[in-house]
Design a protein around this ligand. Structure first.
Ligand SMILES: CC(C)(COP(=O)(O)OP(=O)(O)OC[C@H]1O[C@@H](n2cnc3c(N)ncnc32)[C@H](O)[C@@H]1OP(=O)(O)O)[C@@H](O)C(=O)NCCC(=O)NCCS
Length: 159
């Protein structure tokens, strides 16, 4: 665990919080896969009711974020990203655990997510208890035009 790590939850399209998330976004995602969102995509989701953005910080440094959208008693992990300089130190796991905790507190029963089949994050999701649901062949198109399968995972939060 990183000393001094704080997690802040943002539920509105706050300009500063979105700028912090965009800073991580621009460094975290490999451009080859075109997975990073634009600011307007992020703002579009943040204005929807039931969306929350959790940002991990140490002092002024922004380490990573998780973005979750909920509808009734289900939610979806839309994005999870940690700045490359801060990887491998438990920030991703902490953000995911906190997102699950927030969901549970809100009475949400399950969390779904979709991830490129070659993404290392799958190991994290499985370690956290997510179960594989199905594969969507060729769901993502990389910069070079190559297609990548998406895997969907789900975890029951409240049985
Ligand atoms: C996925 C991501 C959020 C993980 O963040 P992180 O802070 O490095 O993760 P943690 O340090 O909490 O590691 C948690 C677990 O994830 C797995 N993991 C994370 N990065 C890994 C890597 N590069 N290779 C293999 N396993 C990895 C490990 O199982 C690790 O558990 P361990 O420490 O017990 O081995 C980060 O790599 C990232 O931002 N990736 C780019 C964005 C992305 O693809 N997000 C997911 C789809 S939205």
């Amino acid at each position: 665990m990183i000393p001094g790590l704080t997690l802040d939850i943002h539920e509105d399209a706050e300009r500063n919080a979105m700028a912090d998330a965009m800073d991580v976004m621009s460094h975290a995602f490999d451009p080859a896969y075109g997975e990073a969102w634009t600011l307007s995509q992020l703002a579009g989701v943040m204005v929807m009711p039931g969306t929350w953005l959790t940002i991990a910080r140490v002092d002024a440094a922004v380490l990573g974020f998780a973005l979750v959208r909920s509808v009734l008693d289900e939610c979806e992990l839309l994005l999870l990203a940690v700045h490359p300089l801060w990887r491998g130190r438990g920030v991703g796991r902490t953000l995911l655990a906190d997102s699950l905790k927030t969901a549970r507190r809100r009475g949400i029963r399950s969390m779904n997510l979709e991830v490129r089949s070659s993404n290392n994050a799958i190991k994290l999701y499985e370690n956290m208890g997510f179960e594989y649901v199905h594969r969507r062949p060729g769901y993502y198109r990389g910069q070079d035009g190559q297609l990548h399968d998406a895997l969907s995972f789900r975890i029951e939060i409240i049985e």
